[in-house]
Write a protein that binds this ligand. Structure first.
Ligand code: FAD
Length: 473
């Protein structure tokens, strides 16, 4: 006789950052009976915080308001309400609209700990397996065996890759000797990345996005005194968030729905920016009005138009769309005014070891080449998402077996509408492979922040619930 335990299915989620955690949580709230064991594989001590929400430094703040950071797609105020119940919220330094990222990590870890303590009402059981997944070979019975670094194997009816953000690629292409120089810091998110930087060491950051803002604020909080130079391709820092009570701008997607070119969409957006400006309204709500439809606009462009957008507009778009908390923007302004922060418009084209230091060649349009010396160079150019270049053992194995197909623009993984990985012929790969998070940028372009990712988690949880809602045989 088959026992109930024997017919339970196993879904393995590889990666216990926000996306993996959100999926596990949403599975526990699927309606009906779901006899599912969810194995959450994550090398960090506790799943939930992942890369983005592990830092303990209180000055590293969320770059999205607390009111938009709930893990639950259908309960948007959940995190903000959790926050008010924390001891930190009663002191004089109570977190404001933009809470410390470490606190958010605690929220996620607590939510997961609650569902891991006992089976959910629908039957889902969540368990953390601490370690790295190295491979996911297909078995003769159609399941996949997730091979962990300690040699354990998890036989799984479906596998979800929630691998998140990988360290940035090297900023220059030629003469890569600098990559092993102690003054070069390839991964600004690595624990202890700033540990060897003395207070008077000359630091050069490559890239001026949110990662550079974090790095700068963390350096200052650690007592770094020397001016920091930042090389930025567009010479601009992320825009600051506007006021929380700014009036919303009406959605105008229907006007853009038929546009199949970047130029057409841009014309429509500019028209609305001008109209908003004429009424004395801020530009931010105009862009925010399109947020629910960004994926549809992106998907409506043929590949050549998507490539055009990446070439010409991805930088300015990121600067306008991925905003910094007002306190971070104010700190940047003060540091700049005090001469402590020097932003250089240009591109690092070569980096050479020079004794203890690194010599960096900068190119800027219409300018003669400059060379700068720095005791530390930190690469803050943003995560590598090109799954053709990623060197993770799991990605290598799935790619080599033709189960994971990188997209032609180097943004992530090709998937179907449910997030199922496609093989090179465009068919869903065998063995129930799915993904969510940044890897789905080829489908949506914006697949980055909590509001998008929690919706992906809710939708994928529904897909898995439909598949495993009856007992597996
Ligand atoms: C520094 C930083 C700050 C951010 N701040 C915000 C913010 O304030 N608000 C916001 O909305 N968004 C923010 N983001 C965007 C962020 O990408 C998402 O909010 C979210 O954290 C992404 O979650 P994730 O699970 O996809 O990725 P990650 O947090 O990167 O987690 C992926 C996890 O997968 C694990 N993993 C990878 N490979 C394997 C393997 N083979 N085996 C086992 N485990 C593996 C890693 O250990 C990691 O913990 C930030 C991003 C970064 C990088």
């Amino acid at each position: 006789m088959t026992t109930a335990a024997a017919v339970r299915a196993t879904v393995t989620i590889v990666g216990g950052g926000f996306a993996g955690a959100a999926l596990a949580l949403h599975l526990t709230r699927q309606p009906g009976r779901l006899p599912l064991d969810v194995a959450l594989v994550e090398p960090r001590p506790a799943p939930g915080p992942g890369l983005a929400y592990s830092p303990a430094e209180p000055e590293l703040l969320l770059n999205v308001r607390a009111k938009s950071m709930s893990v639950w797609a259908d309960d948007p105020g959940h995190f903000a309400s959790w926050l008010t119940r924390q001891p930190e919220s009663s002191g004089t330094n109570a977190p404001a609209e933009f809470a410390p990222r470490g606190l958010y990590g605690r929220y996620l870890a607590e939510e997961l700990a609650a569902v891991s303590a006992q089976p959910a009402a629908n039957g889902v059981r969540v368990r953390h397996f601490r370690g790295e997944a190295l491979a996911a070979p297909l078995q003769a019975d159609g399941r996949r065996a997730i091979v962990l670094a300690d040699g354990d194997e998890l036989l799984s009816h479906a596998v979800v890759l929630a691998l998140g953000n990988f360290p940035p690629p090297p900023p220059t292409g030629s003469d890569l000797r600098y990559l092993t120089h102690p003054s070069y810091h390839p991964d600004p998110w690595a624990p202890g990345a700033l540990a060897g930087i003395g207070p008077d060491d000359k630091v050069l950051l490559i890239g001026a996005g949110l990662t550079a803002v974090d790095t700068l604020l963390a350096l200052r909080a650690r007592g770094h005194r020397a001016p920091v130079r930042v090389v930025a391709r567009h010479g601009r820092w992320p825009a600051a968030h506007g006021p929380a009570d700014a009036p919303a701008y009406p959605n105008f997607y229907p006007e853009l729905a038929a546009e199949r070119t970047v130029a057409g969409v841009l014309r429509g957006v500019r028209r609305h920016l001008a109209a908003a400006g004429a009424q004395g309204l801020d530009w931010r709500p105009v862009l925010d009005a399109l947020r629910p439809d960004l994926g549809r606009i992106w998907a409506g462009w043929p590949l050549a138009e998507q490539a055009r957008f990446l070439r010409h507009l991805a930088g300015p778009w990121a600067q306008a769309r991925h905003r910094v908390a007002p306190s971070g923007a104010a700190a940047l302004a003060t540091l700049t005014a005090d001469g402590q922060l020097v932003t250089i418009h240009g591109r690092a084209v070569a980096i050479e070891p020079a004794g203890d230091e690194l010599r960096v060649e900068l190119a800027a349009p219409g300018q003669p080449t400059q060379w700068l010396m720095a005791r530390h160079v930190m690469c803050c150019t943003g995560p590598l998402l090109d799954y053709d270049r990623l060197d993770s053992p799991l990605v290598r194995q799935l790619r080599a077996n033709g189960c994971l197909t990188p997209d032609p623009l180097g943004l992530g993984i090709l998937t179907d509408a449910d997030g199922a990985l496609l093989d090179p012929t465009g068919q869903p790969s065998a063995g129930g492979l799915f993904t969510l998070g940044a890897s789905r940028r080829p489908a949506y372009f914006e697949s980055t922040a909590v509001p998008e990712l929690r919706q992906q988690a809710a939708t994928l949880a529904g897909v898995l619930a439909r598949r495993f809602g009856q007992e597996a045989h």
